[in-house]
Design a protein around this ligand. Sequence first.
Ligand SMILES: Cc1ncc(COP(=O)(O)O)c(C=O)c1O
Ligand SMILES: N[C@H](C=O)CCC(=O)O
Length: 430
Amino acid sequence: MNIKTSEKLYDEALENIVGGVNSPSRSYAAVGGGAPVFMKKGKGAYFYDEDDNRYIDYLAAYGPIITGFAHPHITEAIKKQAELGVLYGTPTSLESKLAIMLKKAIPSLAKVRFTNSGTESVMTTVRVARAYTGRKKILKFAGCYHGHFDLVLVAAGSGPSTLGSPDSAGVTESTAHEVITVPYNNVETLQQAFDKWGDDIAGVLVEPIVGNFGMVMPQPGFLEAINRIAHKAGSVVIYDEVITAFRFMYGGAQNYLGVTPDLTAMGKIIGGGLPIGAYGGKKEIMDEVAPLGPAYQAGTMAGNPLSMASGIACLEVLQTPGIYEEMDRLGKKLEDGIFTINEKYNLPIAINRIVGAMTLYFSDHEVTNYDEAKNTDTEMFGRFFKLMLEKGVNLAPSKYEAWFLTTEHTEKDIDDTLDAVDYALSELAK
Ligand SMILES: Cc1ncc(COP(=O)(O)O)c(C=O)c1O
Ligand SMILES: N[C@H](C=O)CCC(=O)O
C-alpha cells in the first residue's frame, strides 16, 4: 500500500505539532511506530487517506461517529446551523432540546449542563461531588480513563497506558494523594478502601462498562456493590458514560444494565462528531452548580449551536427502530467469524463484545480487569494492526481501545473485514 503522502505529511507534522499528533492515542507508538495514515475524507463506514487508499473504519474517531462519516441528516443540520451563526454566547432553544432528549433517554438526569469535552464533564462531576459532600478524595478503578485532568491521570488506561506513562508527569503528589485506585470488578478491595477512607471519599468514579482497557463488562453485582458501599458511606456515585452513552442502546450503559448512578458524565456520540460534553444527575446535587450553587463551571463554547444541532440530529438518527439490533447482529457475525477463522491458526485470542463495540485481545485468558488487559500480547496486536491496515481495515492503534461498528457498516463490510482477519492471522501464525 502506498502511503507516501501520509509519510510526508507526518514529517511536516512532526516539525510543527508536538509528536505529530493532537492526541497521543493517534500516534502509532504502541503498534510498532511509523507514520499514521492521514485521512482526507470519510463517507459512511469508509474513509480515504491522502493517497486515496480506502479503509473500512472501526475507529469511529474513538467512538463519536456511530452513524458513520458525513451522515446526510447530521451534515444537513450542521450546514443549516452554520448559516445562522456558529456561536452566540446566549442561551438557545437547541440547548434545551438536546437536554430534554438526554433526560428522556436517561431518566437519572434530572438536570444537565453542556461542556465541550468528556474531560471537562468528568472534571466537573468530581468538583460537584466534592462540593456536595464537603469531602476531598475520589475513588477510581485502575485502567479506567476519564480524560486528561490531573486527578484522573493516575492509573489511567487508554492513551496513558499505551505510552507507558500511567501516572503523568506534572501531576503533583498532593493531587495523586486525593485519588484512591482499586481494581475494576473487585468488590473486596473496594470495601477495604471504604473501610479505611470512607469518611473522606466524595465520589466513586467508574466507567460502568469499560472502554479504555478494551471493552470490559462489569461482573454481575459489581455496580450494585458500588452503589451500596458508596451510599452507605455518604459518597456520590459518578458514571463516566463518555464512551457508553448511546453506544449500546438509545440511552446509557445505566439503562442497558439497569443500575442508576447519582451523576453521569457524557460526551462523544451526543455531539454527533462535533466537540461536546455533558453532565447531569440528581437535582439536589446538580443544584450545587453555579449560578444556582457554589460549584463553578463555565465555558465560552459550552452549548454551542453547532454541537447542539449536530447532537440533536445524531440522536434523531439513533431513534430509528432496529439500528442497535443490526449493530449487534453484525458485531456477532464479526466476533463469530474471527473465532471460526482462528480454528485454522489456533492463536491465543479473546474477544469482549457488547453490541457493536468489541476488543480483540491476543490472550489465552479472558479479560475482566486492567492487569489482565496489560498481560495480553502487545507485540502481536501491533503486527495485527499493521496487517489489517495493509488490507484496508482501520482499527485503533492500541490494544487498549475498541472496535466500533456504525449504523453504516454492512454485511459485505464484515465479510471483507473477515478476509483481512484471515490474512492477518495467517501471517501471525507463520
Ligand atoms: C470514558 C472516557 N471518559 C472521558 C474521556 C475524555 O473525553 P474527551 O477526549 O472528549 O475529553 C474519554 C475519551 O477520551 C473516555 O473514553
Ligand atoms: N480512548 C480515548 C478515549 O476514549 C481515546 C481518545 C483520545 O484520547 O484521543
